[in-house]
Design a protein around this ligand. Structure first.
Ligand SMILES: CC(C)(COP(=O)(O)OP(=O)(O)OC[C@H]1O[C@@H](n2cnc3c(N)ncnc32)[C@H](O)[C@@H]1OP(=O)(O)O)[C@@H](O)C(=O)NCCC(=O)NCCS
Length: 173
């Protein structure tokens, strides 16, 4: 099946809540559990992405099945950075190229339209090795490690891996 991506809209909110809840039920992916997927959390993502960042979604007919976003942090010293990158693909649709499609749209859009952005950053838990390998193939570089940043249960911590991608079309102002 062939899918295409479009930019996110405020009216995607309810479907985005459902998608994030479905993905949060699977262990080892995003750093949020189901009860932390609140209306406020998703509203924040939508507003930050639309006003101050970049975001794309994929639909299957009218059902929202995948999303990617990143946005600027508040301090002006980070004006050239898109941060807080999160990508989610509905568990039923994983492994079918949607993650690749969304990253292609996002990074392609930044290269073409966002010459003000030099750096895009993300963090992945160390055990999500498939995702880390995927990000490396896309051009993200591992920048270090946040030791024992993820809590998996009593006495069970995991390192978090910061990664960054640089925009070759950045224009110095
Ligand atoms: C990680 C994720 C975004 C990848 O999207 P996807 O649509 O499943 O991946 P694609 O089919 O486009 O394949 C892209 C790469 O992702 C990897 N991948 C595929 N399924 C994956 C899965 N379930 N978990 C992690 N990585 C996966 C593959 O290695 C693939 O690389 P390759 O084709 O070069 O071998 C998606 O699986 C997902 O949402 N996982 C749960 C949430 C999560 O882990 N988010 C990222 C947190 S850092």
């Amino acid at each position: 099946m062939s899918f295409s991506a479009r930019q996110v809209k405020l009216t995607d909110r309810e479907q985005l809540i459902d998608l994030y809840k479905r993905v949060s039920k699977t262990i080892g992916g995003i750093a949020r559990v189901e009860k932390e997927i609140t209306e406020e959390y998703i509203q924040n993502i939508l507003e930050n992405s639309i006003n101050n960042g970049v975001s794309f979604i994929v639909e299957d007919n009218t059902e929202l099945v995948a999303e990617i976003h990143c946005y600027k942090l508040v301090p002006s010293v980070f004006n050239h950075v898109l941060s807080e990158l999160t990508v989610v693909v509905d568990p039923k649709y994983q492994g079918q190229g949607l993650g690749k499609l969304l990253f292609g749209e996002l990074l392609g859009f930044i290269e073409k339209e966002r010459q003000d952005i030099l750096r895009v950053e993300l963090i992945a838990r160390e055990s999500n090795q498939r995702a880390i390998n995927f990000y490396e193939k896309l051009g993200f570089k591992i920048e270090g490690r946040f030791e024992k940043r993820i809590y998996n249960g009593p006495g069970d911590f995991e390192d978090d891996i910061p990664m960054a991608w640089f925009n070759e079309n950045y224009i110095v102002k």
